[in-house]
Design a protein around this ligand. Structure first.
Ligand SMILES: [Zn+2]
Length: 427
């Protein structure tokens, strides 16, 4: 890994001035084809300001960075720990090497630039994937300027230690506490590197959106420090499930079409793929998962596949409801609209969290989360389908409440219903 990074840095010095045509720039990148496998494809980068250093208005790649989260680090103990630090303090304490410009080795063929080596293909494809993710959310924001999604810092192949002596490999993450994306080294060359996987970058970009809108762009949000058990577990899971749902949405932008199984080219573990496949018809809460949701500590939950499995039941509900009606775009917009809404009539998830921060038990419930999402779905058919899916797959509590179907979910239409043949009703 170090050797490859040295090459990147050395190229920067030797080839400081590669081609730099103004956007849009025609380049070759590795894009999913009709079989879901990557194929060299001509694309147009719309947002680059320097195509050789891969800097642009959406993202800028940085090579050779080093990130170390270590509670024993004196810099990370200032103010009693990183949770109490300012963004700048935390960045200074955790980012041990802020890195250098990357340099793509290009070969010009006519008016199209071809990457000349593995890292160049990987970096260009990653940049393209960030650009596509931005374009997806530009549409989902529905006329609101997504200014907070521009100028993202993307650390390419950094050395990342998260409370561990072993550096992370084969992963892509959004680290809200340093407001950076990290694309750590790919060492399993049998699989598509995560940086090249459009759905994965869409998933990570979705975490940035959730972080900004639901947590107000706070690097270490208060509920993740204060909460435990079901409120904590629900919150972490919806962030993951929504990210999978949006990652799937980003894949729809390519000619290969929408791919809920976008992880399958990058992950070989069959169990992981099964639980992350939110398109499977039998995605249902089961007794084991239900028990884990209420009993697992935060540390258990984030280390257990249950976190993704539960999150993907939310994704499954939205996927089934939206695709049954051909209203995927409406669903994506309603979901993001529900993240942050300061109105008194339809408060958003940020407002639900703030209102329940000091007493989340029986207040930040799956039913309340579902109700916030449903209140932002304007299409009546989609609202009905979505509530039916939530009731069915998440086994939400629903006791008759006067004029509404469920006292716990006032925004669930009275025409919605649980389908016990799809998911057997749990006691
Ligand atoms: Zn994630």
């Amino acid at each position: 890994m170090t050797g490859r990074l040295v090459v990147v840095a050395a190229c920067c010095l030797a080839l400081g001035c590669g081609p730099n045509p103004p956007a849009p720039v025609k380049v070759m990148a590795l894009i999913p084809g009709s079989t879901n496998l990557l194929a060299p494809t001509e694309v147009s980068l719309q947002t680059v300001t320097n195509v050789t250093n891969l800097k642009g208005t959406v993202a800028s790649l940085v090579g050779g960075a080093s990130v170390v989260v270590d509670p024993n680090d004196p810099l990370q103990q200032i103010n009693g720990g990183i949770a109490n630090q300012t963004d700048d303090q935390r960045y200074a304490g955790i980012v041990k090497n802020t890195g250098l410009d990357v340099t793509v080795n290009w070969i010009s063929k006519g008016d199209v630039l071809w990457p000349a080596d593995f890292d160049s293909w990987n970096m260009v494809t990653a940049y393209y994937n960030f650009e596509r993710s931005y374009q997806y959310f530009l549409g989902v924001y529905d006329g609101v300027d997504p200014v907070e999604l521009r100028n993202q810092r993307v650390m390419y192949w950094p050395e990342v230690h998260l409370n561990s002596a072993t550096p992370l490999t084969d992963n892509a993450l959004y680290l809200s506490y340093i407001k950076s994306f990290v694309l750590v080294p790919a060492v399993n060359f049998q699989l598509v590197p995560l940086a090249m996987n459009l759905g994965v970058i869409g998933h990570e970009f979705s975490h940035r959106v959730f972080s900004v809108k639901v947590y107000g762009d706070v690097g270490i949000p208060a509920p993740l420090v204060q909460w435990t058990n079901q409120p904590f577990n629900t919150l972490k899971s919806i962030d993951e499930g929504f990210a999978d749902f949006h990652g799937y949405g980003v894949t729809c932008l390519e000619t290969a079409g929408c791919r809920p199984s976008f992880l399958s080219v990058s992950i070989s573990d069959a169990d992981t793929l099964q639980l992350r496949d939110f398109s499977r018809p039998d995605a249902c809460l089961d007794p084991t998962l239900k028990s884990a949701l209420t009993s697992f500590s935060p540390d258990q939950w984030v280390r257990d596949p249950s976190m993704y499995k539960y999150g993907d039941l939310w994704a499954a509900s939205m996927y089934q409801a939206a695709n049954e009606l051909g209203k995927l775009g409406e669903m994506q917009k309603a979901l993001v609209a529900s993240y942050d809404d300061g109105s008194s009539t339809t408060p958003g998830l940020q407002q639900l969290i703030t209102g329940t921060l000091n007493a989340p038990i029986n207040a930040f419930t799956p039913e309340n989360v579902a109700d916030v999402i449903l209140s932002h779905v304007t299409d009546p058919d989609l609202k009905k389908q979505l509530c039916s899916q939530f009731l069915t797959r998440l086994q939400l509590a629903c006791t008759t409440g006067g004029s509404t179907l469920c006292a716990e979910i006032p925004n669930c239409p009275s025409t919605a219903s649980r389908d016990a043949t799809t998911c057997p009703t749990l006691p």
